[in-house]
Ligand binder design. Structure first.
Ligand SMILES: C[S@@+](CC[C@H](N)C(=O)[O-])C[C@H]1O[C@@H](n2cnc3c(N)ncnc32)[C@H](O)[C@@H]1O
Length: 263
């Protein structure tokens, strides 16, 4: 979920992803995706942009030893961590690959998921077209992406809150509005859209929000680039840690189905 994750060192990024997965909103939407995938014993399931293997054990348990789990990522540090975390699961394979050109055969996958990956890609539509190619007729994909345009951080200095969100959407996250686009993009590449859900990730606790949003680091980048006034941003940051805190953003999940020939 984090805007600045692309700037973190690998170890920090892995720690960040673990924190996000363990947060209340993180656990909720990941369970929601797992349920929506309707995994059965024997299924072949793909996680594109699997990161440090966050979701691979749950997928492995759901498909059982007769099934197979494939995790794909383009980052060697993530792949190494994913391999370590799934060493006990013989039916999990972790592979290097690009979401834009999956190293998989046509219609070879029963279920696929991608979780906060499309927001970073140069061409999310191409990545979805690849999912459409590799998932078999009747198969399902589950997508989860934030919509950073909706990031609302309460502060007396509303102008700095707005400028901060503008900085995140224009300079930090490549596809900041991807959340709201999921249904349209699924439709464009030939999926039937089975469901779209929007939930609000809301934080009343500064520390919990900061674990996800990394506000001081992002604000510093913003004032160093001239997007925020440094004094105003420092005062804004201090104000966030004093008194009641509220930050929220909308998080979208979408389920797509590959049409069967007679549907
Ligand atoms: C925010 S992390 C999410 C990781 C994991 N899905 C999770 O929920 O913990 C995004 C992941 O996408 C991977 N990624 C980004 N661009 C990619 C690409 N073009 N092909 C494959 N993986 C990519 C990154 O290396 C990173 O591991």
């Amino acid at each position: 979920m984090t805007p600045p994750s692309s700037t973190l060192r690998a170890a920090d990024q892995i720690a960040y992803l673990d924190q996000a997965a363990a947060s209340d909103p993180g656990r909720q939407y990941k369970q929601q995706l797992l349920t929506a995938l309707d995994l059965r014993p024997g299924h072949v399931v793909l996680d594109v942009g699997c990161g440090p293997g966050t979701d691979l054990p749950a997928l492995a348990n759901a498909v059982g030893d007769r099934g197979a789990v494939i995790g794909i990522d383009h980052d060697p540090a993530m792949l190494e961590q994913a391999q370590q975390r799934t060493a006990a699961h013989t039916h999990v394979t972790v592979r290097a690959g690009d979401a834009h050109a999956l190293p998989l055969d046509d219609a070879s996958i029963d279920r696929a998921r991608t979780d906060r990956v499309l927001q970073h890609l140069t061409d999310p539509r191409q990545a979805l077209a690849e999912l459409r190619r590799v998932v078999r007729p009747g198969g399902l994909v589950a997508l989860a992406e934030p919509d950073w345009d909706t990031l609302a951080i309460d502060a007396a200095d509303t102008a700095t809150s707005r400028a901060y969100t503008r900085y995140v959407t224009s300079k930090v996250v490549r596809n900041a509005a991807i959340g709201r686009q999921l249904g349209r993009l699924l439709n464009d590449v030939g999926f039937e859209v089975a469901s779209i859900q929007a939930t609000v990730a809301m934080f009343h606790d500064y520390q919990a929000a900061d674990a996800i949003l990394r506000m001081p680091a992002v604000a510093q980048r913003a004032w160093q680039s001239g997007a925020l006034d440094e004094n105003a941003a420092r005062t804004w940051l201090t104000s966030l840690t004093n008194g009641p805190f509220l930050a929220a953003f909308t998080f979208f999940t979408a389920i797509g189905r590959v049409p069967t020939t007679n549907s």
